[in-house]
Design a protein around this ligand. Structure first.
Ligand code: ADP
Length: 664
């Protein structure tokens, strides 16, 4: 962008660059913009600006990516935390519900063995368990107790561990007669404590919770009464009810209840070999092999919950585990929530946050670019307005200066026109002077040419008078006719001289070249004759026309032929050849002689005014004026040496039928 400034009194165009928006940040740009006159629209094409923009875009993209990554992480963590919180609170409420249900289920029967152990019939029976009537009565009692309490089984064990009465006495396989002295709950109850114990029945292979207590009489242990609570219903309820997997493990870390049946009787982690041997011996889990589940806690959280990874037939799962204890029964219950949902949610939120940041950054970038472009446009407009004002001021000033200069020029032109007119007059005078010189030369010949007819006229007229007196009218008539011829001839001679001497009317038109040559040769006829110069004319019959003035052209031809005659003077075979023709479609008159030709010194100065080699009769103006006349016709006069010696002068004219513009 360019503005114009004034420097001192001299007006000068000084570029004012529009401040570059990269000024201060890109030295290359500033230097270039200071030196180059640039439209703001072309800023973007500058290499330095391109580099700067590319760098800015790279930095912006990098920053955006960093911020987007940070935003992603932040949103991911936030979403994960809130997701975990939500899942945990849901799992915790489920856990509370499950624990309550389990406790209620067990508590419901907790008092039953103790109450039964104090029953008189039971005590009496254990004192004499061999009596078949008493066994039958006790079996029926236990069956009634079992049915009315809703337990799975109720049975009495003698101190040696043999079941002596059972609620399933009449259903195969009945417990009666089985020795369960190895079962921990029997051993614990026999030792005096009320035991709660989870196990799998060795007879029916059904799992359940065993409650047992000793039957005593006067501090003597008579046996043990045990009830088995079936937990199948609870498991069935969980399967129907529970969305997340639930695990109930016992003190051996063995899964004893689970909503996932394939996890049951697996251990959470590796089992101690001693314990394995022990449970095999007491058949707590019957014959289940107790394979460990791939249970790998990864991260324990502050509130006690933890993340755990589990592999099973359906693949690898990451769970959030919320767990609680049933201390009295040494059970541990855990609600597992699949974390993949949280991960998916957190990922989605993270991605949304990153996209939002990228879009916001993009919008910011576009907004910033637009803002800068608008500022640039405003600055450009201001600079333009400023430049326009200065230009206007400059224009006014220059206009005033030009007006003054114009006035001066007009004066000068008027003066020049005056000078040219004076010069033309002077040139006319010179031509006349040159013509007069020629006329002077011609007049001697003319006088001779006129003297002869005059003498003849005198003789003829005297004879005519005499023949009239003799009445010889025929001879008088003959003499008068001769007199008329002679007068006409003299008239032609004087007419040609007058025509040569007269001023030109200045009007250029089509000129017949042959006629001009004839007139010139006629004027010089006497001299040619007396000096014995042979003149050869070569003019085509159809004639050739050129553009010029007939009088002036005759004057030029007279001058060239006169010079040629001067050059061949004293030559025994003096010859002048005048011919017309065409050169490069220009009409040409060529005047050649067989004189000494033109030396290089003469050729150099031939057309200079007042250059002459003639001692007595030369003015040195003939060729200078002749060339000026021909150039004034729009043509040229040139001189060379002929190939066979002698000088050759060529008048090159414009065509008479050339377009008007060429004649201007
Ligand atoms: P001037 O005839 O008065 O000398 P011009 O201008 O006519 O002036 O001629 C200049 C000079 O050019 C002559 O003096 C002569 O030396 C030379 N010149 C002109 N025509 C011829 C010619 N045909 N042959 C040789 N020299 C010539």
């Amino acid at each position: 962008m360019v503005a114009f400034e004034e420097q001192g009194s001299v007006s000068a165009f000084v570029p004012t660059t529009i401040p570059c928006r990269y000024a201060g940040r890109c030295s290359v740009t500033c230097r270039q913009l200071e030196s180059d006159l640039l439209d703001p629209a072309t800023y973007a094409d500058l290499d330095c600006v391109k580099n700067f923009r590319r760098r800015t875009i790279c930095i912006s993209i990098l920053l955006t990516l960093v911020i987007a990554a940070a935003g992603f992480c932040f949103a991911y963590l936030q979403a994960e935390r809130s997701g975990v919180d939500a899942l945990r609170s849901k799992a915790e409420s489920q856990l509370t519900r499950f624990i309550g249900r389990l406790e209620r289920e067990i508590d419901k029967f907790g008092i039953l063995p103790l109450t039964a152990s104090m029953n008189r019939d039971v005590i009496d029976f254990l004192q004499a368990p061999q009596n078949p009537v008493a066994v039958d009565a006790m079996n029926r009692y236990l069956a009634d107790l079992n049915r009315s309490a809703g337990t799975a089984h109720a049975y009495l064990i003698d101190p040696s561990g043999v079941i002596v009465a059972s609620s399933n006495w009449n259903q195969p396989p009945s417990f009666i007669g089985r020795n369960i002295s190895y079962r921990p709950y029997f051993q614990q109850a026999k030792a005096g404590s009320i035991s709660g114990y989870y196990g799998i029945g060795t007879t029916g292979n059904a799992s359940g919770y065993y409650l047992a207590t000793a039957v005593e009489q006067d501090g003597r242990r008579l046996g043990v009464i045990a009830v088995k609570i079936g937990l199948e219903q609870l498991e069935r309820d969980w399967l129907d009810d529970v969305e997340q997997p639930v695990i109930v493990s016992d003190s051996n870390n063995v899964v004893i209840l689970s909503s996932r049946s394939d996890w049951k009787y697996h251990t959470l982690g590796a089992i101690d070999p001693v314990l394995a041997a022990q449970v095999l011996e007491n058949q707590q889990y019957n014959r289940h092999s107790l394979e460990p589940l791939t249970w790998a806690p990864t991260n324990r959280l502050a509130d006690g919950s933890f993340y755990v990874r589990m592999n099973d037939a359906t693949g690898s799962h990451n769970y959030l585990a919320v767990s609680g204890d049933l201390p009295r029964d040494s059970m541990h219950i855990a609600v597992l929530t699949d974390r993949s949902e949280i991960w998916r949610l957190a990922m989605a939120q993270g991605i949304i946050a990153a996209i939002v940041i990228i879009l916001a950054s993009l919008s910011l970038h576009v907004f910033n670019q637009r803002r800068m472009a608008t500022q640039e446009r405003l600055r450009a407009r201001e600079a333009l307005q400023e430049a326009y004002k200065r230009l206007e001021h400059q224009f006014d000033k220059r206009s005033a200066e030009l007006r003054t200069a114009n006035e001066g020029l007009r004066h000068e032109v008027a003066e020049r026109i005056q000078t040219v007119r004076r010069l033309q007059t002077f040139q006319e005078e010179l031509i006349r002077t040159e013509n007069l010189a020629v006329i002077g030369q011609l007049s001697a010949g003319l006088a001779h040419e006129i003297n002869q007819p005059l003498a003849a006229l005198s003789t003829l007229s005297e004879n005519a008078v005499r023949f009239l007196e003799l009445n010889d009218h025929a001879t008088v008539r003959f003499n008068l006719e001769r007199i008329c011829d002679l007068v006409r001839r003299m008239g032609v001679l004087t007419g040609q001289l007058r025509s040569f001497a007269r001023r030109s009317d200045g009007e250029k038109t089509a000129v017949d070249l042959g006629r001009s040559i004839d007139s010139a040769v006629a004027l010089l006829g006497h001299r040619l004759k007396t000096e014995h110069v042979r003149i050869t004319l070569s003019v085509p019959d159809e004639g050739i026309q050129g553009f010029g003035e007939a009088v002036r052209l005759e004057q030029v031809l007279v001058n060239l032929i006169s010079n040629a005659m001067d050059a061949v003077a004293g030559n025994g075979e003096a010859e002048i050849r005048v011919r017309t023709g065409w050169q490069d479609s220009h009409p040409v008159i060529e005047v050649a002689d067989n004189g000494p030709g033109l030396s290089s010194a003469v050729l150099d100065r031939l057309f200079e005014p007042f250059f002459t080699t003639k001692k007595t009769n030369g003015l040195g103006l003939g060729l200078a004026i002749s060339q000026d006349i021909v150039r004034n016709f729009g043509g040229d006069l040139v001189a060379t040496n002929g190939s066979n010696g002698g000088a050759v002068f060529k008048i090159i004219l414009k065509r008479a039928d050339a377009p008007e513009t060429e004649h201007a």
